[in-house]
Design a protein around this ligand. Structure first.
Ligand code: NAD
Ligand code: MG
Length: 407
């Protein structure tokens, strides 16, 4: 929008750079985040970066961006990284292990933390960021799904601003009015989460039985890490996102509807009681929600080409098929059951996806394994962090046991 103002051109306001910690810097979202940051060097400074074990990728990041700290989980990778950085004359300090990761999430030298680690491993550093009043850019969804109200209430207590980066939730954020007290959901009739439908949207059930890892990883619209790609193929990703939306916007599962939209141009919508529907559109490129969440309430260039509507062939919508994609129902049920059920769903799914990627279970057994674990695990109140961690651990054990009986 053009600003209408007086005729005197003002010099741009000089603001101190925001300092960023990027958890999961070597991943798909991590790489997109670094791309956006590198377009605005005066505006953002990278304080900390983390990865599990990919030290070669991490060395490249450190040499290019010169962060103060780099944390590796894997010890041998941390040692290799130290050696490489020393030889390159890069001043980044290398730390190692989960305690260092959590401490970096809390580190006051950064005012913004991007949580782009995959899976439950993000829980402690993300919670640390939420507890320390930062701007928290949340790409990771598993921590939010498993944590009950813990993460959001920690953010409320500390004054942390949680900005959703997951494209659907970022879209919803943009479709809801922001007031002085936060995002307002008054008058919302339904949140409509769009789903691409994944690589198997039109694949018959019989063919799904023999679907390969390679087919499941080949997402039609998005390039993402392996775990979320498999979740997109089963629609468990959409299930996790239903729960994520409930947590982020304080909604009930009955407030949420899922619509398959194969073009992935509408990233989600909000339908209001007066009949209005507000949608957010854009190319399927994570740099858009990342840039929106980094700069909000301002807007910055994300390197994404403009969307040309004359080149859009059409926008299509269909209902998700509950028979071929039972994972979606399981997520709705787990959230309705409440307590530790979403943590159980998430843990069982992580075990199942790992087994599928290793070639140990068939595609249709992914949801079966999750369902069996949900039936076998007792749901308890998600009272505090220890009860959530316990539920996660127990569910993984049950899922591994069920896995052994499947084959
Ligand atoms: P990815 O697999 O590409 O990257 C994961 C990152 O986490 C890597 O840096 C890896 O080193 C690190 N990591 C992995 N295991 C770890 C562990 N045990 N401890 C510490 N660090 C660990 O994943 P991704 O596709 O970038 O997704 C990251 C998160 O963002 C996921 O929760 C995903 O659901 C969410 N997300 C991703 C996309 C996308 O387009 N990729 C979109 C929306 C949401
Ligand atoms: Mg998403």
């Amino acid at each position: 929008m053009g600003m209408i103002s007086g005729s005197v051109a003002k010099s741009p306001e000089v603001k101190p750079a925001r300092t960023i910690t990027l958890l999961g810097a070597t991943g798909s979202v991590g790489t997109s985040t670094l791309d956006v940051l590198s377009r605005h060097p005066g505006r953002y400074r990278l304080h900390g970066v983390t990865a599990f074990a990919s030290d070669a990728a991490m060395a490249g990041i450190c040499i290019a961006h010169r962060p103060t700290v780099a944390v590796m989980i894997d010890e041998a990778a941390a040692d290799r990284l130290s050696t490489t950085l020393r030889a390159a004359g890069c001043p980044t300090r290398v730390e190692q292990g989960e305690a260092a990761l959590e401490a970096l999430g809390r580190d006051a030298s950064a005012d913004t933390v991007v949580s782009a680690i995959v899976g439950a491993a993000a829980l402690l550093p993300t919670l640390a960021a939420a507890e320390s009043g930062k701007r928290l850019l949340l790409a990771n969804k598993e921590a939010l799904v498993m944590s009950g109200d813990l993460l959001m209430s920690a953010a409320r207590a500390s004054g942390a601003l949680v900005m959703p980066v997951d494209s659907e939730h970022n879209a919803i954020f943009q479709c809801l009015p922001a007031t002085s007290t936060g995002i307002c959901t008054k008058g919302v009739e339904k949140i409509i989460l769009t789903a691409s439908g994944g690589p198997f949207r039109t694949t018959p059930l019989e063919a799904l039985r023999v679907a390969t890892v390679q087919q499941a990883l080949a997402h039609p619209n998005w390039t993402m890490g392996p775990k979320i790609s498999i979740d997109s193929a089963t629609l468990m990703n959409k299930g996790l996102e239903v729960i994520e939306a409930c947590r982020l916007f304080d909604l009930d599962v009955s407030d949420i509807e899922v619509v398959v939209h194969p073009e992935s141009l509408i990233h989600s919508m909000v339908r209001y009681v007066d009949g209005s529907v507000i949608a957010q559109l854009g190319r399927p490129d994570m740099r858009t929600p990342i840039a929106q969440a980094l700069a909000w309430p301002e807007r910055i260039d994300a390197g994404v080409a403009p969307l040309d509507f004359t080149e859009v062939a059409g926008l299509h919508f269909e209902k998700p098929d509950p028979v071929r994609f039972p994972a979606l129902r399981l997520a709705f049920e787990a959230q309705a059951a409440g307590g530790t059920s979403p943590a159980v769903l998430n843990a069982a799914n992580e075990v199942a996806v790992e087994a599928f990627l290793a070639g140990d279970v068939a595609f249709l057994q992914l949801a079966e394994l999750v369902e069996r674990t949900l039936v076998a695990a007792k749901s308890a109140p998600a009272r505090d962090l220890p009860s959530i961690i316990q539920a996660d651990r127990d569910a993984r054990e049950i899922a591994r046991r069920e896995l052994a009986t499947l084959n």
